[in-house]
Write a protein that binds this ligand. Structure first.
Ligand code: PLP
Length: 404
């Protein structure tokens, strides 16, 4: 909106979220007064340790597991690395076979690549054009030497929700540990590690209104796993380094709030998101929805526009006060098209012309309406100067918009 008091609308909640005031308040004493090292013996250390263990218990309750199965990490990336490398390399193993999909986050795909360079073998399964992996294909990929299956619960770009319960069942029937990256799922999907047959699960606090730099790997009791960080032996030897007590306290509070408010916030986000999924293809010619029609996170809308460069679109929307993204936030800066969009079968040009909107608990209908009003103008302006556009100028209705 023009004027000096330009509004700022945040539609990039899959990149990160703000810390809720309640979370911030819960953390503050552990920066200021109760700053002890949780591994020390005196009263400062004991109160830090008590807060750490209390946070562990609270997060365990959210995931339906035991406190001793929670390992604090520095975020989702470390949790994924620990799960994958830690299981594959248990007791110094240098061989074995691992399965993942081609739309996993880089925090999963890169450890897979790294293990491959060390001598492991990997199967990277394709997904359908709407981003779903077929559990039957996962089962077909299983070998005698398969040591891990890793399939994300929900995709960070297109929001596709995978059939993890079914995949977990398959993994368990073959006695193979099953890891799921649930970084985008907490607060938007019910998570129950027991019912979902999950052995290892990664989450990251900053994706659900907790602080940045703290995550958790759930490790089912009895799972054979090796640490990847060696040092003072914290986190039962699985993750050395002085514990991030304020982070753990904030993460626990945020996880509880996310679970408590899930029904309400999801219903609200879904209604707003559905409005966008319906109206964008109706009002912007040659615009399409990426991802699955129904099996997607309630806060995720992902579009592509012919004759548009996604980066230009993000910048123009930012100029109007609306924060969105193209590709995933973690890979912004790289000019490579998103591997997730290519995995759906999109061309480089189509992938580059994509826009991700991810809603949060505080977005309003008025903000969505403003976006829906601004988007057609911005797209049309960009198309007028687009080198890809052979048919400019265009208006709504041209080319027959369709939803895929
Ligand atoms: N996994 C997924 C699905 C993500 O979306 C992200 C971050 O965007 C990560 C892992 C990495 O998490 P973190 O930023 O906490 O390292």
């Amino acid at each position: 909106m023009p004027g000096s008091q330009q509004r700022r609308i945040y539609f990039d909640h899959s990149a990160t979220t703000h810390v809720l005031p309640e979370v911030y308040e819960a953390m503050t004493p552990y920066f200021l007064q109760r700053f002890g090292n949780a591994s020390t013996l005196h009263s400062f250390g004991r109160e830090a340790k008590a807060a750490l263990e209390d946070s562990r218990k609270r997060i365990a309750a959210v995931l339906n597991c035991e406190a001793q199965e929670i390992v604090f990490t520095s975020g989702g990336t470390e949790a994924d690395n620990l799960a994958i490398k830690g299981v594959a390399m248990y007791k110094g193993k240098t061989k074995g076979h691992l399965i993942a999909t081609n739309i996993e986050h880089h925090a999963v795909l890169e450890p897979f690549d790294w293990l491959k360079r060390l001598g492991f073998e990997t199967t990277i399964l394709p997904v359908s054009s709407d981003g779903l992996v077929d559990p039957a294909e996962v089962e077909r990929a299983v070998r005698n030497d398969t040591v891990l299956i890793s399939v994300m619960m929900a995709n960070n770009e297109i929001g596709t929700v995978q059939p993890v319960r079914e995949i977990g069942k398959i993994a368990s029937s073959h006695g193979i540990p099953f890891h799921t990256d649930a970084v985008q799922a907490l607060g938007k999907l019910p998570i129950d590690v027991k019912a979902d047959n999950i052995d290892l699960l990664s989450i990251s606090a900053h994706k659900f209104h907790g602080p940045k730099g703290v995550g958790v790997l759930y490790v089912r009791r009895g799972t054979k796993i090796e640490p990847i960080l060696h040092g003072g032996g914290q986190e039962r030897g699985l993750r050395s380094s002085t514990e991030n007590v304020p982070g753990a306290v904030g993460m626990a509070r945020a996880a509880e709030i996310a679970k408590r408010d899930m029904e309400k916030t999801c219903a609200m986000m879904k209604a707003l998101r559905d409005k966008m999924l319906k109206q964008v293809p109706e009002t912007v010619a040659r615009s399409y929805v990426n991802g699955h029609a129904t099996k997607r996170l309630v806060n995720n809308a992902h579009f592509r526009f012919d004759f548009i460069e996604g980066e230009g679109l993000v910048l123009q929307l930012d100029f109007k006060g609306i924060a969105t993204s193209t590709g995933s936030a973690c890979s912004t800066g790289a000019l490579e098209p998103s591997h997730v969009l290519l995995a759906l079968g999109l061309t480089h040009e189509q992938a580059h012309g994509s826009l991700r909107i991810t809603l949060g608990r505080e977005n309003t209908e008025e903000e969505v309406d403003y976006f829906l009003q601004v988007l057609p103008e911005v797209v049309s302006k960009l198309r007028q100067i687009s080198p890809f556009n052979e048919q400019r100028p265009m208006g709504p209705g041209d080319g027959g918009a369709c939803v895929q």
